[in-house]
Write a protein that binds this ligand. Structure first.
Ligand code: ADP
Length: 183
């Protein structure tokens, strides 16, 4: 769980639950198009946030794959929730571009709202079937690509539910940071 520093920001991968990130100003929901309570991350976030979150989400739905919207965090210990609809792997095409859009749009919303810290789950890697390693590679490539243009966002955390995925995430991060050094 090493922290990495790049372009004045900190990046890290941790094992945990996205609803238990009290030191993060914002958390990201791996949302469904209707922005309703669901399984996985969307279920955990809506249960922890309470019914006020679904009420706030209603007029913002539906969203398209790659899109992101922002709401308050209600009973979660954060200020904001950024809701992203990831692509269904192999069905919403091109999946890699749509997944990259999720991260770009989420970071853009964070920037517009002067958010300093954001915690992401591994969008699309659960019910939507995206292989973890490829998904994390798209995620970090996108994050590292936009970091130089961000001024508010100083802390990006990746929260992995399963311990084994933390290793995958860290290996990809180290690999991409080395590529970035070489460039
Ligand atoms: P998607 O529909 O975008 O695939 P899911 O919510 O099904 O989203 O899963 C996304 C990833 O988040 C999966 O790797 C899953 O194991 C993980 N996950 C599920 N619940 C949580 C949670 N409470 N905190 C962090 N990660 C979670």
């Amino acid at each position: 769980m090493t922290k990495r520093h790049l372009h004045g920001a900190t990046l890290e991968c941790v094992q945990g639950d996205i609803v238990h990130q009290p030191d993060m100003e914002s958390v990201v929901n791996a949302a469904n198009a209707e922005l309703r309570i669901g399984g996985g991350v969307a279920g955990a976030i809506h249960r922890a946030a309470g019914p006020g979150l679904e009420r706030e989400c209603r007029p913002l739905a539906p969203i398209r794959p790659g899109q992101a919207v922002i709401t308050g965090a209600h009973n979660l210990p954060n200020r904001y929730v950024v809701h992203c609809l990831g692509p269904i792997y192999g069905i919403d095409q091109p999946s890699d571009m749509l997944l990259a859009s999720c991260y770009k749009n989420a970071l853009q919303l964070a920037e517009q709202n002067m958010i300093a810290s954001i915690a992401f789950p591994a969008i699309s890697t659960g019910a939507f079937g995206y292989p973890m390693e490829s998904a994390v590679r798209v995620a970090f490539k996108t994050i590292i690509g936009v970091l130089p243009r961000l001024s508010s966002v100083k802390y990006v955390r990746f929260v992995l539910f399963h311990h084994a995925d933390v290793r995958v995430c860290e290996d990809v991060l180290v690999d991409l940071m080395e590529e970035n050094d070489d460039a």
